[in-house]
Design a protein around this ligand. Structure first.
Ligand SMILES: Cc1ncc(COP(=O)(O)O)c(C=O)c1O
Length: 285
């Protein structure tokens, strides 16, 4: 049985209970993080904790724990669960209070954490890439906050699932934003393009890693607005996220992307990503 953390206690998943008046349940009033763990070591933990702090500040909720406390608890949840590679999920909500949209005067944050096996894409998906569809990004204007209010993302991802697609690539006002649970990169004429960080996309931890690696291996980078036309005529498209790592999109709305196979720039970046992970994990050992 999975062991989870809830408000100061470690307990089996089926014994963890949150009151129905928790504002996370009533309003989706909270933020979260997903941290990949390789060989029992959290990957890029300081960056995840920094993003958590930014999300909390954006919703005006005090961080209930110090970075040292988060680090210790995350280490403990990993130790208490099985598997060397795990995915730690943590969330902080504004706590339990009588239902009223305005913030309660007195409420204590609810802190929940769980960890399960990290399922990265199978070898076959990495080799062959995945199909995606496109859609209009109708989410709110604070997509940089990793909010637990994910209804827009869920509706969008469901339309991808119903179309047999891995993801839905989103456009707002004619420009690429991201996908329902991943960032998107575009390759045109050997240059790696992605939208710059703004309120319209989640600042992905993997997005940063990909940019660092592209720079290190000498792939030119441009962070700028990317039109729908540029996406539809791209040589390569990639998805990135903590659990999907870097994955090539090979069809978009049923039409081949480039050659219809993961492209040459992907084949340079992907091994660099795997090597980087191994190196970081060795250093952390
Ligand atoms: C909307 C959205 N964009 C991008 C990402 C990728 O972020 P990261 O690389 O930190 O996992 C996620 C991750 O879940 C996401 O939900």
């Amino acid at each position: 049985m999975d062991i989870v953390y809830l408000n100061g206690e470690f307990l089996p998943l089926d014994q963890a209970r949150v009151p129905v008046l928790d504002r996370g349940f009533i309003f989706g009033d909270g933020v979260y993080e997903v941290i990949p763990v390789y060989s029992r070591r959290p990957f890029r933990l300081p960056q995840h904790l920094e993003r958590l702090a930014r999300s909390l500040a954006a919703i005006r909720l005090a961080n209930p724990l110090t970075d040292g406390e988060w680090t210790r608890l995350i280490g403990e949840i990993v130790a208490r669960n099985t598997g060397d590679d795990q995915s730690v999920y943590l969330q902080v909500t504004r706590g339990v209070a009588r239902r009223d949209h305005a913030f309660p005067k007195e409420a204590k944050q609810t802190v929940f954490m769980m960890s399960g096996p990290l399922v990265t894409p199978a070898h076959e998906l990495v080799e062959n890439g995945v199909p995606c569809i496109t859609g209009i990004d109708y989410r709110w204007l604070k997509c940089d906050v990793k909010s637990v209010s994910l209804l827009g993302n869920c509706l969008l991802r469901q339309s991808a699932a119903e179309a047999g697609a891995a993801e839905i690539v989103l456009f707002r006002d004619g420009n690429l934003t991201e996908a329902s649970a991943s960032n998107v990169f575009v390759i045109r004429k050997g240059t790696l393009l992605s939208p710059p960080k703004s309120h319209l996309i989640l600042p992905g931890i993997t997005y940063d890693v990909v940019l660092e690696l592209a720079e290190a291996v000498g792939i030119p980078i441009e962070l700028r607005a990317i039109s729908e036309r540029e996406v539809r005529s791209a040589d390569e498209l990639w998805l990135t996220s903590s659990t999907r790592e870097v994955l090539a999109i090979v069809t978009l709305d049923g039409k081949s992307v480039g050659s219809g196979k993961p492209g040459p720039v992907f084949k340079r970046l992907y091994p660099a990503f795997q090597e980087f992970k191994r190196r970081v994990m060795r250093q952390a050992a």
